[in-house]
Design a protein around this ligand. Sequence first.
Ligand code: DGL
Length: 270
Amino acid sequence: MAVGIFDSGLGGLTVYDAVSKRMPDLPLVYFGDSAHAPYGVRDADDIYNLTTAAVERLWDAGCDLVILACNTASAAALRRMQESWIPTDKRVLGVFVPLIEALTERQWGDNSPPKEVAVKSVALFATPATVSSRAFQRELAFRAIGVDVEAQACGGVVDAIEDGDMILADALVRSHVDALKRKLPKPDAAILGCTHYPMMEKEFQDALGADVKVFSQANLVAESLENYLERRPEMIGAGTESQFLTTGDPAKVSRGATQFLKRQVTFQKA
Ligand code: DGL
């Protein structure tokens, strides 16, 4: 057994990287559904079907706990999975809540009523499916009042990153930040609401300006996972085998992952 980390493609490696640095002895099975990326332009049923198939593959690889290191799947599929699909001895956790707890200055599991927080205006950068789900605004409303959220659907960025075209990804990030700034010229904070975007964090920060605090998920999710496993150590299981699985071309995906993680990574066909 091990902990599973799922994404539509390479983006979840930002979470994988933070988790493996924080808990180097924890066996991790990474699943990237690159054959079907990007998810962000798909409808909710499609995202649900792809996500449940991937999570089943992670159950088969011996994971009892799976992190959806994909905001699009967390936004479009997780609630439906939790309502009726996940077996009682398994767990699936999303990536939204740790981020919103950080933004709203809350400790893990603080379910007190929503209150005023320091941040008053937030720019949300995410995929089209995440933006149209309004899941971020819904989770935020449980915890904070009086926060103005302006969302920008960042079409094309995930595709460019999956293709390794960082020049295109850079140009798209700048144009999406410009579009956001036309709607909300001076946000207090910006959320990178897609796990691919931390790969472009510097470009987002440059385009937004140094006075905008950029929140990205990888470290927040790793911290929250460590906290969860301290309370639920039985969810780790006894296994030791870490592996990288992809539905895409293993050679191409391995090249992209090796470049990002700056160490040799070898994906196998899922
Ligand atoms: N990394 C995924 C996310 O966090 C990207 C989704 C996609 O494939 O469009 O939303």
